[in-house]
Structure formats: structure tokens, C-alpha cells
Design a protein around this ligand. Sequence first.
Ligand code: NAP
Length: 492
Amino acid sequence: MTLVAVPLAAATADALLADTRRAHAAGADLVEWRLDTAITLGADPQALIAAIPRSPLPVLLTIRHASEKGEWSGTEEQRVALLAAADLAGAAYIDVELAHDRGWRPSRARLILSSHDFNGMGEDLAAQLVEMERRGAIAKVAVTARDAADLHQVRELLLARPGERIVLAMGEHGLPSRLLAGVWGGLLTFARLPDQAGSAPGQPAVTDLLGMYRLRQQQPSWRVLGVIGSPIAHSLSPLIHNAALAAQDVPAVYVPFRVEDPRAFWQACRDWLGGISITIPHTQELMAVVDELEPLARSIGAMNTIARDASGRTVGANTDAAAIIACVEGGLGGPVAGKTVLCLGAGGVSRAIAHALASRGARVAITNRTAERAAQLAAEVGGTALTAEQALTFPYDVLVNGTAVGMGKPLETPWPATHLRAGTVVFDTVYTPLETRLLREARAAGACTVPGLDMFIHQAAEQYRRFTGNAAPVALMRSAALARLAPVSAQA
Ligand code: NAP
């Protein structure tokens, strides 16, 4: 079982013990007391060591050397004296850098030999790990992933000695190495208290690691799913997919991959990926590498999903298309075939709107700030391009906002309230805020409104179905998203 360690430092023993109790309550297995940082905060190291027997969790004691971004400024003799005192006081583990190992060994604690690279993936990690193990220690390397493709190396190093090593990639690109430690067989992973910064870049909150990512339940047989994009930290997809996976007890976990070079990532990691969601700016680049690309994704020119079919072949799809059809037909209460749709915008989402609805037999008109893009998209779908003025008098059944107008700006709208009509359907793809000005005004005008969150949930539900073969628990996914979005929306 992979252990969860929470790194802590405080100026007094009482404060350190209080944080240790919080880590215990949050479900951690051990705490790492960073004496070097605590000393910088003004702590008396002897007082902290004397508190070890009172810790409710096993203590990993570390006095990190300055050469590996620690704050220790004393001599090696002083450091070893403190480590020896911690050993006698009952520390469960003591960490010493491989580069500073001069042969001192604890008599009771387990020794961890470690090495850190805060700039890159280190030098010959396999040899470093073997050398640490040859010296009788638990081996730990923490490196810095420059892109998510580097995660493959972390996985290989862990799988070489399941359950025995600590191998972590720091930084946002390396985050999945921390979240997948249970699947990849890491001995230990580090997580921070939710209101603290942690001791190294990229540490997840212990509550997320144990809750959303189900570290305790993870098994080597679990499938790895995720979303790729850059940036990715804001993505709601891990939250809603993991909520669904947990509710249906599916042996899989879904993580955020911050990817800069999607082709390099795919080449390195595709063999162990069960499926991925794809978001900005990578929705086009992998279209050429899947075994099969669905026709609608090809005509839209963007792919937001790679799933595997029964024989393991990779299939590229655009689930926004199915989501848009579901939203519009849900609003209409019937098929969109034969209805007239006015699409505001000609960017990525508008391409999905126009192609998806035209493929269902809708008549599509497009207006866009940049007229040439509207003309191009209209030509692709056999629709009509309109100027802003022509659009105002266009007799639509369905109005869809595919522009970014209103996004994060509750006072902005892409369409005048005076030209909203009762009996129509108004669908805004923007979902921050949850109810945009366009939707508010359309509701007041007597139109049937469809919020952008519906599209987001539908496209995720369709991905989930493709990843797992199960119908998605849509209501659960929606409430998970709402719990995160509602406070943000209220502030907007
Ligand atoms: P995109 O490819 O960058 O296209 C942006 C579109 O908005 C273009 O048509 C652009 O017109 C127009 N636009 C931007 N600023 C404008 C302004 N100030 N005035 C008039 N038009 C403006 O972006 P996208 O990927 O299509 O995303 C568009 C929006 O869709 C996002 O902001 C997001 O809110 C929403 N979205 C929703 C979901 C969902 O699941 N609900 C998913 C993805 C996106 P030009 O061509 O003239 O630049």
C-alpha cells in the first residue's frame, strides 16, 4: 500500500504537533518534519526532536541540505548529531541526501537516501536508485518534469521495484506521478495540508489525494485516464470524472496532465493510457495519430477525446458535438431537423455547433465578428453567413452563443435583449457565470434557455461512456461541478 506523508514545519513543538494532528485527521500515514525549515522559522530543533514521542503519526525526520534546496546552514557534524537524537527519540524514518551520505546510519529508524533535481529529470536515475538500495536504504528521487512525457520514466522506475521506491516528479507537469503513486507502486507519496503550500512544487492537498483520486483504493491493475491541456490546473474534468468513477466503483483514476508537446506525450505514454480528454490548445494535434477518427470530429477539425474500442484501438471523437445536439434538442423538446439555428461565433465551439446541428438536418446561419470565418464555416456546412445587421432580423428558432462574450463578464452579452423572442430556444455555451446575461434576458423574454454547464456535463458524460462502457451518473457529475462553480459564479 502506498503511504501518504504530509510535510510540516513550524516554529514550536506545539504548533508542529497541532499540524500533525490535522494531518492525522485528514488520513495521512506519516508526517515529514522538516527541521531545516522549522529552524529558519525560529524553532529550537532539540525541542522539536523531544516532541517526536508525542506525535500521533510516525515521523519522517529531514534536515534538508542547502545543496538540494533545503534551509540547513549548520555543519555536517551538527546535522548528524540532530539526526542521531531524532533516531533515539523514535523517528520512524530519517532522510539523508545520497550526495551527503558519509556512512552514518540510524540504529532504529529506517534510512531514506534521497536525491533531488529542481531543474530537470536528473542524471541516470536508475543507477542512483540502485546505489541507494545497495547502501541498505529506501531509495527516493524527486525530479522535475519538463513536460508530461517525462512521467513515463517515473512509472518505469517505480514498476522496476513495486512498493519499494519513492520516485516523484515535481511541478505541475509532474503532478500525476504523485496522484498515481498507488497505481504505479510507489512506496510513499507526499501531500500538503489543504491550507498550506507544501514543501515542494506540485504537492496535491491530502484531501484531494485521498478523496478525489482515491489513493487508498488504487491498485496496479487500475486504468489511467486523464485530461491533457495547457494550462490544466483549472479543469473541472478530474473532479467530475473521478466522482463518477468512485460512485460506480470503476477501477480507474482520472488525472490532469499538463502537456506542452502532445505528440511527445502520446508517443511516450499511450501504451498505459486508457483514454484521454483533450482541451485547449491540443484539440487538433493528435488527430493524425489515432487508429480511427470519427467523421464528425474530422469535419469539425477538432478532437476532444481519445478512447479505446474493445480491441484496444484508439478512437478519436468530438463529444462536444453530441453534447450540443443533446442541449439543443433538449431545449426544443424534439429533433433539431428542419429548425433554423443562428450561431453567434465561428471559433472552435462554433465549428462544433455548426457541424453537429447541420449533420442533424438543421438550417444553420452564422454571424461572427470576423466575417471571413463566418463565411468559411457557413460554406462548410451548407449554411448562410450573416452580417451583424442581417442577423438581428433573422428568424431563428434556436440562438446559440459560441463566442467568448460574457465569459467571466456577467454584464456583457453577445446579443441585444430587444431581439430575443418568446418561444425560441437560447443556448449559451459560456458557463462562467452559470447564468449569463444572455440567458437572464432570454428567460425574461420568454425563451427556453439552455446553460453552458449542460454542454460541459453532456460532453464529459459522453467521454465517460466511451472510457468505461457505463452510462454516466449525470446528476452526480453536475452536482460535483456545481459545488465548485457556484461560489465562483456568485463572485463573478
Ligand atoms: P475560440 O476558438 O477562440 O473562438 C472565440 C469566438 O468568440 C470567435 O468566434 C471570436 O470571434 C468570438 N469573440 C471573442 N471575443 C469576442 C468579442 N469581444 N466580440 C465578438 N466576438 C468575440 O474559442 P472557443 O473554443 O470557440 O470557445 C468559445 C467559448 O465557448 C468559450 O469562451 C467558452 O465560454 C465556451 N465553451 C464552452 C464549453 C462548454 O462545454 N460549455 C466548452 C468549450 C468552450 P473572431 O473569430 O472574430 O475572433
